[in-house]
Design a protein around this ligand. Structure first.
Ligand code: AHR
Length: 309
């Protein structure tokens, strides 16, 4: 069981709406906007009173928000941690106040797993592997010689940046022709993705065969940089990214992006369900993994009408 004593007063919550404090990373990407909308909509649907705080991609803002949720004595705290480490103190404070914490989207590296009830979100290592597997297949059809890859990483120290890098590197190691020649953060934003890709193009230009971006927004920014450099994204430079937002499908339909690995932001309904279960004293799994797929450009037009974000 949870071992925190949540649910002891379950009956006390029977009539009043559950109050959920949620600390969001920010509004850095199309994905994040969809994630915020999913959480707000689901709270409304579930009759949950949501206290929402935007951290503007700063850990200190998230810590402040969590402390304020503790002071307000919310029933449950949920958050998507901007980076993996540095959460132990504030999580211990929540535990001392007997407020259950649910992680969504991104994980923390706390050694004491009792500091949070569950983690709902994607398997980012697997997403990196899926991107790598697509490239391994594609490499079979590419001319002999080295295949030079540039990588746009997500926010430094964040779980998706660490895991997507690791999963991709581990997978492409199967083909020694595949070489990552540059790897730098673009902070999950279009503007930074473009800026860093411009720098890559300046130093390595025509040597670059493949771009692997840890999210669609950075890929879309980089696509612009590739075009401005007089090259064709999707052809001269293959473009691989992660998320599966509508913007990526549009880029695929325009022939500028080759594949996107899905990462679903639609976590709201599951979060509300789990928050209610936790408060009712029910045992929930420690890890709830989102089911996802891979969309190569060839299926983009067919899949586009089904996309929800
Ligand atoms: O944590 C999920 C990642 O964060 C998404 O891939 C990215 O777009 C977002 O900013």
């Amino acid at each position: 069981c949870l071992g925190l004593g949540f649910g002891v007063a379950a009956s006390a919550y029977a009539e009043k709406p559950l109050v959920l404090g949620f600390s969001q990373v920010g509004a850095e990407s199309e994905w994040r906007t969809a994630n915020t909308a999913s959480i707000k909509d689901a709270a409304k649907q579930a009759g949950v009173t949501l206290k929402f705080a935007d951290a503007q991609q700063k850990q200190e803002n998230q810590v402040k928000a969590i402390r304020s949720f503790i002071a307000q004595k919310v029933d449950v705290i949920a958050f998507s941690p901007v980076v993996e480490s540095g959460w132990d103190t504030v999580l211990r404070e929540a535990k001392a106040a007997k407020i259950p914490v649910i992680l969504t989207d991104r994980a923390v590296d706390a050694s004491d797993k009792s500091l949070y009830v569950t983690f709902i979100g994607s398997d980012f290592v697997e997403e990196g592997r899926r991107a790598g597997r697509w490239l391994l297949e594609r490499a079979k059809t590419m001319p002999a010689g080295d295949i030079n890859i540039v990588e746009l990483q997500g926010t430094v120290g964040s779980a998706p940046a660490i895991d997507r890098k690791a999963g991709f590197a581990e997978t492409i190691a199967a083909n020694p022709k595949l070489k990552i020649i540059r790897s730098q953060t673009g902070d999950f934003t279009r503007a930074k993705g473009k800026e860093v890709m411009e720098a890559f193009l300046k130093t390595d230009g025509k040597k670059i065969n493949v771009l692997y971006a840890h999210n669609d927004d950075m890929a879309i920014g980089a696509i612009q940089a590739i075009e401005e450099a007089g090259l064709k994204p999707g052809k001269d430079i293959l473009v691989i990214s992660v998320d599966g937002v509508k913007g990526a499908f549009e880029a695929m339909m325009a022939g500028k992006l080759n594949v996107t690995v899905e990462c679903s932001p639609l976590l709201g309904p599951q979060l509300m369900k789990v928050a209610k279960q936790v408060l009712a004293g029910e045992t929930v799994p420690k890890r709830i993994t989102t089911e996802e797929s891979v969309f190569p450009a060839e299926v983009a037009a067919k899949e586009f009408p089904n996309r929800k974000y």
